[in-house]
Each structure stands twice: as C-alpha cells, then as structure tokens.
Ligand binder design. Structure first.
Ligand code: NOJ
Length: 717
C-alpha cells in the first residue's frame, strides 16, 4: 500500500480533512441526482473546493452516472484521488431478494451468500464500490421498523448469516474481482436494542449481555474480512456510539484489531450534540475522531473543525493521518488508483442485471424464506380449483421491502401473476377487498362477489413497505383494522381461507391465524415474490422456512425471545400466584423461534449421545433419526439447542448451537448427527472471561425451539 502513503505525504491538511467527508450524489457535478437520501439534510456549509476533495459518495449507482461523477471529480481533484462510491445494496440491487428477516427464515447460508454475490455483481457493474451491508443487529422488538433488515434474534444464526453475506459481497479478491463490492457491517453497536422499539432510542445493557448476545455477529462479519464498519445512532452505555471511544477505539480497533474504515451513520456525528454529549460541532468532531470514526456521513463537523483542532494542538495530525490512510488504502485495495471506474460497465449492466439466472435464485430464495404457520387441509391449492384471490396484495408490486431503492415494483411478479402461471385464469377471481388501511363499501362487495364464485379463498394481506424500515416503528403490530374486517367479512361465507402475509415484522396474528385455515408468511419476498408464492401455494415447492424471530402473543409481551433466562420464579404448572407471569396473556409467544410447517410431516426418533461426559479435548456426537411421514418430499431444518444448567451467571433456557437443513422423500429417514465440543459451551463470565464451566448441560434437538427431545451430559474439567 505504498501508493496510499505517497499520496498521504503529498496532501495538504485541507485535502486530508475533506477526504473524511462523505456526501450524497447531489453535491457532485456529473450527477443527475438520483441517489436515495435518508435523514434530514442539514445546512452543510460546503463549498466547491471541499466537494472536490471529499473522499466518498453516498447513493450513486448506474454505470454512466457514476463514471460521469468520477470523471468530473477527478478533473478537479489536485492529486487525482478517485472517489469511493458507496450505496445501500441490502438485499439485492435490481434483482431484489427477500428482506433479510425473510432470508433468515431460510436458514440457508449458501443461498444467502449467493444472493449477496448477485447483489454485488449487479451493483459493481453499476459503479458501486462499497455496500452498506450486512446489517447484523440482533433484534427482539417487532415494534422497531428495522427488524426486517436483520436476520433475527439469535446471535449464533445471525453470525452465520453475517459471514455468508460478507463472503457473497466481497468474494476472495476485491482487488482483481471487480464484480464484488466491499462490505460495511452495521450498525455498531446494538442498534437493534432501542428501548421500546422506537428508532434511534436509548440502548442500555450490561457489557456482559452486549458481548454475549449483540456483538458476536459484528465480530463474525469482521472475522470474515469485512472491510468497513458503520456506527449506530444510539448510545451504548450512555455514550453515543459515534463518539464512543470504548466501543470503537478500545474494543473494535485495539481488542479486535480492526484496521479497516469506520464510517458514521448519516448525520450521527453531529447528533452527538443532540444527545447532549458535545456542546458544538467542534466537540462532536473531536469525540468522533478520537473514538476512531474515519468517515463522517453527511454532516460537516469534521470538515469545519478538524483543521483547527489539529492546528491548535487539540488533536494530533497523526490521528487525522491514520483515518486518511485507511480510506486511501481501501481505495487502493479496490484497485481504484489503477481504474477509478472499477467494475462500472454499461454493456455488462445490460447483460447481467435482472438476468434469468439472478431471477431464478431470487425465486428459489423467496420460496425458501416463506414460513407456513398454519395449514388445516387447505394448502396446497389444486390447479383445477376455482380460486378467489382477494386483498390489497392480490395485485401489488409493493412486495420488495423498504430497502430496495433500485428495485422496480413494476416488474415485480405480483401474486395474481404468479397464480396465472399455474392455473386457468378463467377460474381465478381477483378482488382488492380493501386498501392497506382504508376500505370502501364497493371494495367489500366486490370481494364478497369474488369469494362467492370460488371453492377456496386466498387473502393476500399485510403492511405496505412504508410501515417498515428506518423511523417506521409501530406500537400496534396487528394488521391494519380494515384487513381484519375483510377477514371477518369473507369468513361469513364459510369457505376455506388461506392467508398470505406481506410484512416486515412479526405481527400480532390474532384475528388472522385463529380466524382462517392456513397462513403463509411471505414477508417482502422480492422481485420474484408472486412466482415463488404460487410455487408454494400450488405445491410445486414445499414450504420449509422457519421463523428466526418470535411472533409475540401480543405487543404487551415484547420483547419476547426464546433464549431468555429462567428467573427465580418461573411460571409453574399449575400456576401459582407469585410467579413470573401475566394475568391476561401467556408467557410464551404465539409462534416460537425456529417454528415453521411443511406440506409433509416429520417424525423425530430418539436422541442418542455417543457419551454423557465431555472434556476439553473430546466431543460428543448427538444423533437423531428424522423421517418424512407424509406424502410429499420436503426439507426439514433440524435444530440443536443447549442449556447450561448451572452457570456462574444466569444462562439462557436454550441456545441454538447447530442446525441442518435436510431433504427427505416420503417415507425416507435420515440420521442427523451433530457434534458438541467444549468450545460451544463457553460464555462471558461476570469478569467478561469467555470460558466454559464444568457441570451439567442439557442438549435439545427438534423442529423448533419448543418441541424438542432432550438428554443430559456433563462437562468434566
Ligand atoms: C441511515 C441508515 O441507518 C443506514 O443503515 C444507511 O446505510 C445510511 N442511512 C445510508 O443510507
């Protein structure tokens, strides 16, 4: 990386400071201003010279556009240092895959990786160098609008997905493989734990829990070679993450040895003032740089203050140099000094984007991401049946999810289009029934009329994509009232009803699951959504997804998650008075972590352990026979959990430690064997040491986190 050092030595202090600034495309001359802008745009007080020396751009995409921006920029940049083009390529670029929470339900790391690879290819040929993904924040609160950006509530599974996404985005050789992009794991740290599920709200937890549950997925992404980290908006231990020295400098840089680029989230450095931890932009800039944040996204605290802070000796120039060097080195690694346009290529855009192959992967992943939650003799549908397809998502392209700014709702396969691929359109009766949040008498009448002509009714219901995502939190997590009314109205006809749900969060499903015969959770399934859903509903594919976030009984339970602690007064049977319980609702969620049905059934045999004693140097094989006892082939996701019965600190009732997706033909049995080692039993002790304790453990295996078979073993030290 000698080139980066040479450049650093030639840079003036103004050029160095500007290198740390990231602006949206609209600031640049070559831009046609198509970039997506989130968050409030402050009065930046930026002049042309600063723009000409800024280091990176946010939200630029499209080969021609990006090349125009880069060309004009470089003509005006004294040292000819190219810009880094960064953008939010979260679950696809133009071929949109299911939202990450849906991908989570697939438990399929290979497909998850493939989806990120395709996203990278499409983004790279469109001129993007860095994606602001993966988002690996652990989530437990469905009120939070951003739960759909995460893969769920489990640190172990989230870590696997974090690695898979990083591999997919980056590949093995970012310098030569210009069809990949650098990844930026976010939001460091614990953004998913916002109190009361309200975006940007306070996060407060012990360092032990932070390390035990929230940090593993970020660490996994970094261990996989993730190039960048984005800070979170929230506080961690009462200090805003973007100015949090302990978090960035001490933990990320010193303890974990992360030497890549740290970027603030949009405006987050300036927000240190609103948090009440800096008096002004100067102090915010000082705190953020000292904490180790290299790039400031979309606020000018650095660019207005760092020069003065260095010149008056408040911070050393070497601190500034460190950050500049990291950014230059990333540019060098991406090959931008040789070719500032990198992968941008108009012909390849034409050829690769939305290719048949990409769309096929999107369809397969969408099918694997849907979760069958109930099925009482309705599904699969028969292709000869007369079917009414009713609801605001019957013919609606808003199935891509809120993070799909390059995706087209026009070309997204709508549910009715998927149905028409499978059946005679003359037997299909489509009606909207209601809008997402409003209804007219006429809509209802049309729905009833469609339903009357059919033998079976499919209701396509859900939240519009603007009900999820950044700053889109909901206190009431039921379906909008009008859709519950629609269910009630249609139910009066006494015909079988299957519901397909489109949503970005676990919903309170009362009024849906208890009032209908079948429920398929489709999340926001992406470009091929309608096709994948039709594959499932008509039995050409068999549902296999399992939820990776608990669906609460009601919002009053939230947060409710499977890997919770026992408490000193667990709810007993029969229930006594002074135990940990509600008077009006159960403790357990409506649907637990790991839950999902299939069109076939699976029987689990006895659990066998190769030994009931484990030492630091041995392992135990845990085996179970799983048999497909139904009539069709299907995939089962077999899950292994462990409980540490007595710890030095309280330990979760169950923790996912392994899983395997298997395919079984009717009547077929497979023996699934897992291996338990001492390493899997380590946890953070009171002094934060990561170690295991001798003693009793319980191993559980089953189709979800509740219906498990169990056996004990002992760890001997
Ligand atoms: C704010 C969001 O929190 C973050 O996830 C995103 O990457 C940035 N805006 C850039 O768009």
């Amino acid at each position: 990386m000698t080139r980066s050092r040479e450049l650093l030595n030639q840079m003036t202090i103004d050029e160095k400071v500007a290198q740390l600034l990231q602006l949206a495309t609209l600031f640049y001359k070559g831009s046609s201003h198509k970039g997506q802008i989130t968050g409030p745009m402050a009065d930046m007080g930026i002049n042309e010279e600063i723009v000409n020396n800024s280091g990176s751009v946010l939200g630029g995409a499209g080969a021609q556009e990006v090349m125009n921006i880069q060309k004009t920029y470089m003509e005006n940049n004294r040292l000819g240092i190219p810009l880094l083009m960064m953008a939010d390529i979260i679950h696809g670029f133009k071929t949109i895959f299911p939202v990450p929470l849906a991908i989570g339900s697939s438990w399929d790391m290979e497909l998850a990786e493939k989806s990120a690879e395709i996203a990278a290819i499409e983004a790279a040929v469109s001129g993007v160098h860095v994606t602001f993904a993966p988002m690996v924040d652990l989530v437990r609160d469905p009120r939070w609008g951003r739960v759909m950006e995460s893969t769920g509530e489990d640190p172990f599974l989230n870590s696997d997905f974090a690695r898979a996404f990083v591999r997919g985005f980056q590949g093995n050789d970012l310098t030569n493989d210009t069809n990949r992009v650098a990844a930026c794991v976010k939001h460091f740290a614990a953004y998913g734990a916002a109190e009361a599920g309200r975006d940007y709200n306070t996060v407060d937890m012990s360092e032990r829990i932070l390390r035990e549950s929230y940090l593993p997925a970020y660490k996994a992404a970094l261990d996989e070679g993730c190039e960048m980290v984005m800070t979170a908006f929230n506080t961690v231990d009462s200090i805003p993450a973007s100015g949090n020295k302990k978090l960035m400098r001490d933990l990320l840089r010193e303890e974990w040895g992360f030497d890549g680029v740290i970027i603030s989230d949009w405006g987050a450095i300036k927000e240190i003032i609103a948090h009440g931890v800096a008096e002004d932009e100067r102090e915010a800039a000082k705190k953020a740089l000292e904490a180790g944040v290299d790039i400031e996204m979309m606020t000018p605290c650095y660019v207005h203050n760092l020069k003065e802070l260095v010149e008056d000796g408040t911070i050393s120039e070497s601190l500034l140099d460190e950050s500049v060097l990291r950014i230059l080195q990333l540019k060098e690694k991406l090959g931008l000094f040789e070719n500032p346009y990198r992968g941008a290529n108009v012909e390849l855009e034409e050829k690769l984007i939305l290719s048949k192959e990409h769309r096929q992967v999107a369809r397969e992943l969408a099918a694997k991401s849907c979760v069958l939650m109930k099925n009482e003799n309705v599904l699969p549908l028969q292709k000869e049946q007369k079917i009414a397809l009713i609801g605001p998502f019957a013919h609606n392209g808003d199935i891509l999810g809120p993070w799909s700014w390059q995706g087209s709702t026009e070309i997204a396969v709508k549910v009715d289009e998927g149905f028409k691929m499978k059946m005679d359109p003359a037997n299909l009766f489509v009606a909207q029934g209601c809008d997402i949040e409003t209804v007219t008498e006429q809509q209802l009448q049309e729905a009833v009329k469609a339903a009357e002509q059919a033998e079976v009714i499919v209701l396509a219901l859900g939240e519009h994509s603007r009900m999820s995502g950044e700053a889109k939190c909901r206190a009431d997590i039921r379906l909008p009232e009008v859709q519950l009314q629609l269910i009630a109205e249609i139910k009066k006809l006494g015909k079988p009803i299957a519901v397909v749900l489109f949503n970005g969060r676990p919903l309170d499903l009362h009024g849906v699951i208890d009032e209908t015969d079948a429920v398929l959770e489709a999340w926001y399934p992406g470009t091929e959504g309608g096709a994948a859903i039709a594959d499932l509903l008509f039995g050409d594919a068999n549902p296999s997804g399992k939820i990776t976030i608990s669906f609460p009984y009601s919002v009053g339970q939230v947060p409710v998650y499977y890997n919770a602690f026992n408490t000193g007064r667990p709810k007993d049977e029969p229930v006594t008075e002074y135990v940990s319980k509600y008077l009006d609702i159960p403790n357990s969620p409506l649907l637990p972590f790991g839950f999902g049905l299939s069109y076939t059934s699976f029987a689990y045999g006895e659990l066998t352990l190769s030994d009931d004693k484990l030492t630091d140097d041995t392992s135990i094989s845990v085996s179970i026979d799983v048999t497909n006892t139904g009539d069709v082939a299907g995939d089962e996701i077999v899950q292994l959990y462990v409980r540490d019965v007595v710890g030095e600190v309280v330990r979760p009732l169950k923790e996912l430690k392994s899983y395997e997706r298997i395919t079984l033909n009717p009547g077929e049995t497979k023996t699934v064997t897992f291996t338990i080692t001492e390493e899997m039993l380590r946890y953070h002790h009171a002094d934060l040491q990561f170690a295991s304790d001798a003693g009793k453990f319980i191993v559980f295996v089953g189709p979800n986190s509740v219906e498990t078979k169990e056996k004990e073993f002992v760890l001997v030290k």
